[in-house]
Design a protein. Structure first.
Length: 360
């Protein structure tokens, strides 16, 4: 069953294929509305006539169901959440036309740090290039960083209709997160440290989900799950548009445009976890493959579905499938650079209609 939800000018659609459907996002959830302006006074009370002078001041006051409204202006601060919202009563931060978040003037760092559940970011414009010089010291490292822990997964994070650009590392990161969403957003110019400033370390995903199996302690694998990534336009000019690490499962990546991956050993979308779905995406202009499924770690990159994607002008191949134990790979459209490696059982099957394949 398909459910169609309207939220302002945005159309939200989801299906049982893509996990549990979120309710329509509300800008106002019955709580306080706290206004912020870069021109606000230090003793502002958050009213429209006396706004707070910083986003952090508003978040320090915000309770479940409250909304923080960013009035037009340039915000030169990094900020973080301090408490959880609740299901149906998230803490919401929403931008207005003319509001721009540049972060503080310290090199590197995380511009937006979410360490609490049930938080919605909506209509924000975040640019990691905070000063005029075109040097590494004028850029932030991460733009939106959502960080739970092995003992406390964050839930109910929604990043909707945001515009993020210019990060030295990944633009958006979900770490120990479940039941969340990234949608209708624009993500560009990630991984500038390696791909623009030529640092030998080449990392800088548009959206990074989970944690590499090589970067976690024993017994602390990042099992991020049930995350919907859809209707985004992603052009990293760095690493993958979306990178899903080993422990992550039930990540639903659909209806995105992905372009300009510049990591030749990877792909526009890379899947290392199990039981994920990649469908109805347009992926092109990747220096590597369009979609890659594989992991050096045993027991991962299995039972994934890759269906109804349009894959052209990707330098290495349309699909790189290194593990034969997948759920459904079919009905993808590709140009002459089709499927590798040569011995892959999906070399031809990945481009055939699903209806023509026995067992699908």
């Amino acid at each position: 069953m398909i459910t169609t939800l309207f939220a302002g000018s945005l159309l939200f659609s989801c299906s049982s294929v893509y996990g549990e459907c979120e309710s329509s996002p509300h800008v106002y959830n019955g709580g306080k509305v706290l206004f912020v302006s870069p021109e606000g006074k230090s003793n502002g009370n958050g009213s429209c006539s006396s706004p707070f002078s910083s986003i952090q001041s508003a978040l320090n006051e915000a309770e479940p169901g409250d909304t923080v409204v960013l009035l037009p202006g340039v915000y030169r601060e990094n900020f973080h959440t301090v408490r959880d919202g609740l299901p149906g009563k998230p803490i919401t931060v929403v931008g207005t036309p003319g509001s721009l978040i540049l972060g503080n003037t310290n090199h590197g760092g995380k511009v937006v740090l979410l360490k609490n559940s049930y938080v919605t970011l909506m209509k924000l414009n975040i640019n990691g290039h905070f000063c005029s010089a075109d040097t590494e010291k004028c850029y932030h490292n991460k733009l939106i960083y959502v960080e739970g822990s092995p003992d406390h997964y964050l839930k109910g994070i929604r990043i909707l209709s945001v515009n993020v650009s210019n990060a030295l590392g990944e633009c958006i990161r979900f770490k120990y997160v479940k039941d969340s969403e990234i949608a209708w957003s624009s993500v560009s110019h990630c991984g500038l440290k390696g791909f623009y400033f030529h640092d030998p370390t080449k990392n800088g995903e548009g959206i990074y989900v989970g944690t590499s199996i090589n970067q976690v302690k024993k017994g602390q694998i990042d099992e991020s799950s049930n995350i919907r990534i859809h209707h985004n336009v992603i052009a990293t000019y760095g690493s993958e548009c979306v990178d899903v690490k080993e422990g992550s499962s039930h990540i639903y990546i659909y209806d995105n445009i992905c372009m300009a991956n510049r990591q030749s050993t990877s792909a526009g979308i890379s899947i290392r976890g199990n039981k994920n779905t990649v469908s109805h995406n347009i992926i092109f202009d990747s220096s590597g493959a369009g979609i890659r499924i594989g992991s050096a770690a045993s027991g991962f990159a299995e039972q994934n579905s890759v269906i109804y994607n349009f894959l052209v002008c990707n330098h290495t191949a349309a699909l790189k499938i290194f593990n034969a134990h997948q759920k459904k790979i079919c009905s993808n459209t590709a140009d002459k650079k089709k499927v590798i490696p040569e011995g892959s059982p999906y070399r031809e099957r990945g481009l055939k209609p699903c209806t023509e394949i026995t067992g699908y």
